[in-house]
Design a protein around this ligand. Structure first.
Ligand SMILES: [Zn+2]
Length: 123
């Protein structure tokens, strides 16, 4: 597991620009497998617990048993994630917390203070 700090440029719709940074976490194969197995164990555990629930166990148990490997394979395929970051809103100049999100650029975000739509790009 490695965490990188990435400098970003934050652009408002009116083309004002400011800077910030985000934390990118990259998982190696071992870490991805660990995360996938943890999720699989959790979903199958919930599925097994649902056995004791009358009536709903007819669809909850098979649903969780099927959802487990599907969700685990999605988690396994994901090798990086933006943990979040901070910057300055280019419009109102207030602190802008950047939410946890996928590693897909540019990131779209909303300023929590002035609600302006922002586009966050790598520098
Ligand atoms: Zn703002």
């Amino acid at each position: 597991m490695a965490t990188q700090e990435i400098a970003v440029k934050i652009r408002s719709q009116t083309d004002e620009v400011s800077i910030g940074s985000v934390q990118l976490e990259i998982w190696d194969q071992k870490e991805r497998m660990r995360r996938a197995l943890k999720l699989l164990a959790l979903l199958w555990g919930i599925g097994i617990f649902c056995v004791i629930l009358p009536l709903v166990h007819f669809f909850l148990v098979p649903s969780f048993l099927i959802a487990g490997p599907i969700a685990a394979s999605i988690v396994y395929a994901k090798d990086r994630m933006i943990l979040g970051g901070k910057g300055l809103c280019p419009h109102c100049k207030q602190d802008l917390p950047i939410a946890k999100t996928q590693d897909q650029w540019p990131i779209s975000d909303l300023c929590t203070v002035c609600q302006s739509a922002l586009s966050i790009e790598k520098v």
